[in-house]
Design a protein around this ligand. Structure first.
Ligand SMILES: NC(=O)c1ccc[n+]([C@@H]2O[C@H](COP(=O)([O-])OP(=O)(O)OC[C@H]3O[C@@H](n4cnc5c(N)ncnc54)[C@H](OP(=O)(O)O)[C@@H]3O)[C@@H](O)[C@H]2O)c1
Length: 441
């Protein structure tokens, strides 16, 4: 008996998913045991990229998630509602869920996974992070025997495309964003991408899997790329760095107790990366995720972070995992309730503790515009020293609007100390402004 898929949404990802399911030749043989049973959409009149019999379509998505025939519900409608309610309703009706919706999982993962565990169903989310790049399943399975130290990713293709073009063309952010929108690489409303919100959703999901606890999205520090200027990119290059929007999750300190084990840093911000860092050469719309752990060392996942085909590949791989688990259970004992496979299900229920940014230890890059007079650099150095901020280099780059342009790079310092020093520096009468402040990896 075939396993029945209820597909919610037939846009980019939905159509890509249907295309794989309808054309199983030369793919995994288990795909032949799957059938699309219903397709839920908003409009029945829209022309579709994939040929699907008209009687499979419905605009009644609730009827799909409550239909006793459906085994797996695939949610690819996007947005928060009705996606969240449909997922919860489907779980309530004993359906397994596959979703590409990072926004829903990052915000409502708690209630969704709790409900799924209570109902004994799977919720798989491979496509929610990194598009076609398999990273969720490796974190749950192959890498799960490691003690993970850090997950660092370029997980938003739009911002990586913009920063790559700013680097290559020395262009300004606004011009390149407008061009990216014209070419379809950025949304008409680019806020979720350029403000780092999409990357924050994704790192919350990755951190939860890597560190075995739930993450409150509101505690994820998030800074976008709007303030990155062509000047910063050029100065960073002179210092041997590229600027990337990084999403990071790291264990904070050397653990001595269970509590401290869960102290994490989870943050998104533009970062100066040394040219020889594995993520420094990840350009254009590509995504990459670097996982560091013990004893594996470093592993990097690289590939297309979005797009119809790649994202559908991740969606269908999740469907396949669920069907494999269901098939094993059906073969073993049809009458007893299935135990969830702990390598597929969500097994943690507590929240990780996220350290405040003021405790972060990092290197910083700061660009200061000051009056061109003697003693300013010395005054900056003294102020940083008072606040325990050790400086690696101070360079007067040149003149900008009749002001001396000074770039300071610090050693690893505590963010709180650094911010206190900057507050004092801003009050100096010689200081015109501090146009950029970026973290350095
Ligand atoms: N696109 C990507 O490359 C990509 C990559 C990774 C993850 N994702 C995630 O995948 C999900 C889907 O993205 P997408 O790009 O495929 O979106 P999309 O092209 O906008 O497609 C959305 C589909 O859902 C249907 N839909 C939306 N709201 C509905 C409602 N209230 N009732 C019934 N049907 C509704 C639409 O129906 P109509 O066709 O009738 O309008 C459409 O078929 C999102 O969560 C997104 O974040 C996308």
């Amino acid at each position: 008996m075939a396993f029945k898929v209820g597909l919610l949404g037939l846009g980019n990802v939905g159509a890509g998913t249907a295309q794989i399911l309808l054309d199983p030749a030369e793919r995994h043989p288990l795909l032949r045991e799957l059938e699309i049973y219903r397709v839920g959409v908003r409009s029945l009149d829209k022309p579709r990229a994939v040929e699907i019999p008209p009687d499979w379509f419905t605009t009644d998505l609730e009827a799909i998630v409550t239909d006793p025939q459906v085994d797996v519900v695939v949610e690819v409608i996007g947005g928060l509602e009705p996606a969240r309610s449909l997922i919860l309703k489907a779980i309530g009706h004993g359906k397994h869920i596959v979703t590409a919706n990072k926004a829903v999982i990052a915000r409502y993962g708690d209630e969704i996974f709790t409900a799924a565990n209570e109902s004994g169903v799977y919720v798989l989310v491979e496509a929610a992070v990194g598009g076609g790049i398999p990273v969720i399943q490796p974190l749950k399975q192959a890498l799960s025997v490691n003690r993970i130290h850090a997950v660092t990713g370029i997980v938003n293709g739009t911002t990586n495309y913009i920063l790559t073009r700013m680097q290559r063309e020395r262009g300004d952010f606004d011009d390149i964003l407008a061009d990216a929108q014209r070419l379809g690489y950025a949304e008409a409303d680019p806020t979720a991408d350029v403000d780092g919100l999409d990357a924050a959703d994704k790192i919350a999901i990755l951190a939860s899997l890597a560190f075995g606890g739930r993450i409150k999205l509101s505690e994820v520090y998030c800074e976008g790329i709007c303030q990155v200027s062509a000047a910063d990119i050029a100065y960073a290059e002179r210092l041997g760095f590229v600027i990337k929007l990084l999403a990071l999750a790291k264990r904070d300190t050397c653990p001595v107790s269970k509590e401290q084990l869960d102290q994490l840093q989870v943050r998104v911000h533009p970062t100066l990366l040394p040219n020889n860092h594995p993520l420094a050469s990840v350009n254009d719309v590509y995504n990459a995720i670097l996982v560091e752990g013990d004893p594996i060392g470093q592993v990097m996942f690289f590939g297309p972070g979005a797009g119809e085909g790649p994202t559908a590949s991740a969606v269908v791989s999740d469907i396949l995992n669920i069907v494999a688990a269901l098939k094993t259970h059906r073969a073993a004992d049809k009458n007893s309730p299935a135990a969830l496979n702990p390598l597929l299900a969500c097994t943690h229920q507590h929240y990780c503790e996220i350290s405040p940014m003021s405790e972060l230890i990092s290197r910083f890059y700061v660009r200061v515009l000051a009056q061109d007079q003697s003693g300013v650099i010395g005054k900056l150095g003294t102020c940083f020293g008072w606040h325990d901020v050790s400086i690696e280099s101070v360079v007067q780059i040149g003149m900008c609007d009749q002001m001396a342009e000074i770039v300071v790079v610090t050693h690893e310092v505590q963010e709180g100390n650094f911010q206190r020093a900057l507050t004092e520096i801003r009050s100096f009468k010689e200081i015109d402004s501090i146009p950029s402040l970026l973290r350095v990896l």
